[in-house]
Design a protein around this ligand. Structure first.
Ligand SMILES: Cc1cc2nc3c(=O)[nH]c(=O)nc-3n(C[C@H](O)[C@H](O)[C@H](O)COP(=O)(O)OP(=O)(O)OC[C@H]3O[C@@H](n4cnc5c(N)ncnc54)[C@H](O)[C@@H]3O)c2cc1C
Length: 568
């Protein structure tokens, strides 16, 4: 079996080229040289991460990773497989480093998705100079409701405008060379994306709205002068660009959760395995083993799913939009699983998790952010339930997507087109993956899926009305996404040669989750009697196999003891 979890001092991942490997190795070296004490000092003192930004500039990392092919040097391409590797490493050391990378990428979205070629070349120059970028979408009063945006461009005649308005929660808003700003044309009401410079005299960075190393800014434009050269998109295109940018970038949130959870797991294991209480090591208690085993399985599942979802992201095309299901799942499912992993680990390391010189202390705080940013879990779940009918009842035919670690530019991500017609998107038959293995817990899970299909069939008459209750719909969505989650994990079993024991143990966890969500639906006020009966049949017990559980503990989970420790 290939190593699934990141071990920064033993990078076993295959990279498409030497340059990509070098970027990852150099990044690890930067953080290991900085060491935990300095990382924590900067965290507590809220030090702006100039050192990291200097490092990325020297190594030309953003320039290589974020300049789409054709606009930068020979090693520059937008290649999601290496972007997510980089995201994982950054979060492994500190979410603030990940955040400046993430919001830069968001800021670049409207530029490279837009129609303004001159701006793309100007941006490529900024990237070479080591600049960072920002994405000015959110406003204080409107939250997720971006229709209500009130940043305005007021026409001045002769292709000139004055921008006026306020933006809130804008990462890098203190230093960004270019801030991609979403607003409306004051005269026509058309949407528009335009660029401003955070250092311009008409740009006021009011404050950092959070207490953190990152700068999440409130900024105000005071009659900021804009010309045609600063506009990247208008009308429907500007609207589509805002959604498509988030589509591309929200994927990294799952990778942030994976990086945080992985480091926390190493740290928790090192602590517990060396701590002796009442004459035995903490890792000998049965409940601690269960907590660790579940954390390990959940984390491995997160990574297997996200890796496979990356293959679909990279292989997307006009005729293959399956990524529109897997991508929001990386955003919401993987990030909430990250919270679950940290919850489990915190119950293991208890008081230690509060200590200021641990990685865990920051992890426990930061993991909470990821499900909430770039669209909450609810918004993403409401999006993916649209795929449920076709996923279960009308599968399509697709050629098998291979593992995608090649050195290609992900062209389609910049040509996604309008975000319409979601209900028409088809998926390949999930049964193909589920039939590819014959394992006790996968069999039980398949039976749960069959009963869930019965639930959906029995709900045809009531679902239209019940679907209006988002609370109810979210829980149905949880069951649906578990099916797609398990599917991609199984697809990666073959690719990463994951052993039967570990997969069966992962499905032990998934069966329990499926049962838990079924019980929740059972208890909802609007669940019909027929649905209640079916819910009770979806609650199943995983197949107990003590020998398998022991093997997973010894070969995978406890094997992490002393495997990795960050330099002090
Ligand atoms: C640290 C941090 C960094 C950020 N960085 C940036 C940035 O760089 N650029 C940027 O533009 N923004 C940024 N944001 C804003 C962030 O993306 C928004 O906070 C987020 O999109 C949700 O908006 P809100 O928190 O105001 O929730 P609200 O919009 O107030 O939503 C309230 C509740 O209603 C639910 N809800 C709303 N609409 C729906 C719906 N249609 N269906 C179902 N449920 C719904 C939500 O799930 C939520 O639970 C940042 C925020 C923070 C805290």
């Amino acid at each position: 079996m290939e190593r699934i979890l990141l071990h920064p001092k033993k990078l076993t991942q295959t990279y498409a080229d030497q340059e990509t490997r070098r970027i990852m190795e150099k990044t690890v070296e930067f953080f290991e040289t900085k060491g935990l004490a300095r990382i924590k000092h900067d965290d507590h003192q809220r030090v702006w991460y100039e050192d990291f930004l200097e490092f990325q500039k020297r190594e030309q990392i953003f320039a290589k990773l974020f300049t789409p092919a054709g606009y930068g040097g020979p090693n520059a391409r937008w290649d999601s497989s290496r972007i997510v590797d980089f995201a994982e490493i950054l979060a492994f050391y500190g979410l603030c480093y990940w955040y400046t990378f993430q919001v830069s990428q968001l800021g670049l979205g409207p530029i490279f998705l837009g129609k303004n070629e001159e701006v793309k070349h100007r941006t490529s120059k900024f990237l070479k100079e080591g600049a960072i970028f920002a994405f000015g979408l959110s406003e204080k009063e409107h939250g997720a409701d971006i229709y209500a945006t009130d940043m305005m461009l007021y026409p001045q005649g002769g292709g000139a405008w004055r921008a006026s308005g306020d933006k809130y929660y804008i990462g890098n808003g203190n230093k960004a060379a270019l801030v991609s700003t979403f607003g409306k044309m004051a005269d026509t009401g058309d949407y528009v994306f335009f660029l401003v410079d955070s250092q311009h005299e008409k740009y006021e960075c009011v404050k950092n709205v959070i207490d953190n190393q990152s700068h999440v800014s409130e900024f105000v434009l005071h009659d900021y002068p804009i010309t045609e050269a600063d506009i990247t998109d208008r009308g429907q295109n500007a609207w589509d660009t805002s959604l498509n940018t988030i589509n591309i970038c929200k994927f990294n949130l799952g990778w942030g959760a994976i990086g945080i959870s992985t480091h926390a797991l190493y740290e928790a294991m090192n602590h517990a395995a060396h701590r002796k209480l009442f004459g035995s090591f903490v890792t000998d208690f049965t409940h601690i083993r269960q907590l660790f085993s579940d954390a390990y399985c959940r984390l491995t599942a997160m990574k297997l799913f996200a890796l496979r979802a990356t293959d679909y992201m990279r292989s997307a095309s006009e005729t293959d939009r399956r990524y529109l299901l897997y991508n929001p799942m990386v955003k919401m499912k993987v990030t909430t699983q990250g919270e679950e992993v940290i919850n489990l680990l915190w119950d293991v390391i208890a008081a230690k998790g509060f200590e200021k010189d641990t990685y865990f202390e920051s992890a426990a705080r930061d993991i909470r952010a990821l499900p909430k940013l770039e669209g909450t879990v609810h918004v993403n779940m409401a999006l993916v339930v649209k795929f449920m009918p076709n996923y279960f009842f009308s599968p399509g035919q697709f050629p098998e997507i291979p593992q995608r670690r090649d050195a290609n530019n992900d062209d389609f991500l910049f040509n996604q087109g309008p975000t319409k017609g979601l209900g028409k998107i088809q998926f390949h038959d999930y049964n193909l993956a589920y039939r590819s293995v014959d394992l006790p817990n996968v069999r039980v899970f398949r039976e749960q899926i069959e009963v869930f299909k019965e639930f959906l069939m029995a709900s045809l008459a009531t679902m239209k009305e019940q679907g209006k209750d988002i609370d109810f719909l979210l829980m149905v969505g949880e069951l649906f996404t578990l099916v797609a989650y398990g599917q991609l994990i199984l697809e990666n079993k073959k690719i990463y040669q994951v052993g039967d024991d570990l997969i069966d143990q992962i499905f032990d966890v998934l069966i329990r989750d499926f049962s838990r969500f079924s019980l929740t639906i059972y208890g909802k006020p609007i669940t019909t009697e027929d649905q209640q009966k079916i819910c009770l049949r979806m609650i199943r017990r995983p197949v107990v196999d003590t020998a398998r559980y022991e093997r997973v503990w010894n070969n995978h989970v406890f094997a992490l003891k002393d495997a990795y420790r960050i330099n002090p």
